[in-house]
Design a protein around this ligand. Structure first.
Ligand code: NAD
Ligand code: UDP
Length: 317
């Protein structure tokens, strides 16, 4: 199959591309490199079945493909809040353009939506039926309201134009290849611990998240794309941890001497989050398999290698 992956040079997109290429598909990676990195897809650059297009999805594009995994959008609050108007444009105009492409070429379209559509949830854990508690005018709105519109667009193209859609609501995902300056909690803690710096806990660290290892997530995305269930479906690991527990786990695994530092909690930071994955289990036969301890170890090893390489490349003054 010829498959388009938007945001393919990013964290999740590049892991997905690895799986698709290994399965023998033809892959087109489309990315504007806002948070993506060419190194993530380096090993495929000269492969005859691989094509890289530098393109911003807020502009239309014509391509012949059979499936579209639509992942292009910065996912870290630091990056999506850096240029919120651009984030909205990417979610709304970008998704519109990619749905228009899917309609024209009759491609199956999978939207990478997010647990952020549930906002700061009053229902716990979150099932797909829950409609969310989202601040429409807050600093996270460019992302969470943007993704809510993206879901609306997907379902309207489906109802009105018969576009074959799939909608995944992805919960916090982590693993190798996250940017060192990504700003999300796992990469922050791991980089800080490896550099011997204090781990920055926002608030008291009592807020919770449920962390899914990237290989599990990619498996879920591929099952969704290739099955009959259109979603929305939660994809995430239901093992829930407080941020303080996560910090302590990283501390233990990397450097028990590194201190914890408490900083102000950002505005609208969700207090707790945990997926109800009944739908994914029922319709996709999917559930995560990688334990936090194991996934963290692989992530730590990856950052250790990359930070070591970066230091080795620094000129000695
Ligand atoms: P990422 O920031 O590593 O990857 C996003 C990619 O999209 C980057 O390569 C970036 O350069 C590209 N991009 C951004 N704007 C673009 C534009 N206008 N045109 C073309 N390319 C553009 O993030 P990620 O963690 O890999 O997330 C991928 C997708 O999954 C995103 O849509 C995100 O919202 C969703 N998601 C991720 C998580 C998570 O925990 N990682 C959770 C929920 C949802
Ligand atoms: N967080 C933290 N320290 C950091 C980065 C994040 O305590 O250095 C907290 C953040 O306030 C949030 C949780 O960790 O409560 C997850 O943050 P992240 O940005 O990874 O994802 P999201 O808030 O989008 O779930």
């Amino acid at each position: 199959m010829r498959i388009l992956v938007t945001g393919g040079a990013g964290f999740i997109g590049s892991h997905l591309i690895d799986r698709l290429m290994e399965a023998g598909h033809e892959v087109i990676c489309l990315d504007n490199f806002y948070t993506g990195d060419r190194r993530n897809i380096l090993k495929w650059l000269n492969h005859p079945y691989f094509e890289l297009i530098r393109h911003d999805i807020t502009e239309p594009i014509r391509l012949e493909v059979q499936q579209i995994y639509h992942l292009a959008c910065p996912a870290s609050p630091v990056h999506y809040q850096y240029n919120p108007v651009k984030t909205i444009k990417t979610n709304v105009m970008g998704t519109l353009n990619m749905l228009g492409l899917a309609k024209r070429v009759k491609a199956r379209f999978l939207l990478a939506s997010t647990s952020e559509v549930y906002g700061d949830p009053e229902v716990h854990p979150q099932p797909e039926e829950y409609r969310g508690s989202v601040n429409p005018i807050g600093i996270r709105s460019c992302y969470d309201e943007g993704k809510r519109v993206a879901e609306t667009l997907a379902f309207d193209y489906h109802r009105q134009n018969d576009v074959d859609i799939r909608v995944a609501r992805i919960f916090n995902t982590y693993g190798p290849r996250m940017l060192e300056n990504d700003g999300r909690v796992v990469s922050n803690f791991v980089v800080q611990a490896l550099c011997g710096q204090p781990l920055t806990i926002y608030g008291e660290g009592a807020q919770t998240r449920s962390f899914c290892y990237v290989s599990d997530l990619v498996e879920g995305l591929m099952r969704l794309m290739n099955g009959d269930f259109i979603g929305p479906v939660n994809l995430g690991n239901p093992d829930e941890y407080t941020i303080l527990q996560l910090a302590q786990a990283v501390q233990q695994m990397v450097n028990p001497d590194v201190p914890l530092k408490f900083e102000p909690l950002p505005q609208d930071d969700p207090r707790r989050r945990k997926p109800d994955i009944t739908r994914a289990q029922t319709h996709l036969g999917w559930q995560p398999t990688v334990l936090l301890q194991d996934g963290l170890q692989r992530t730590i090893d990856d950052f250790r290698a990359r930070l070591g390489d970066a230091r080795a490349a620094q000129p000695v003054l």
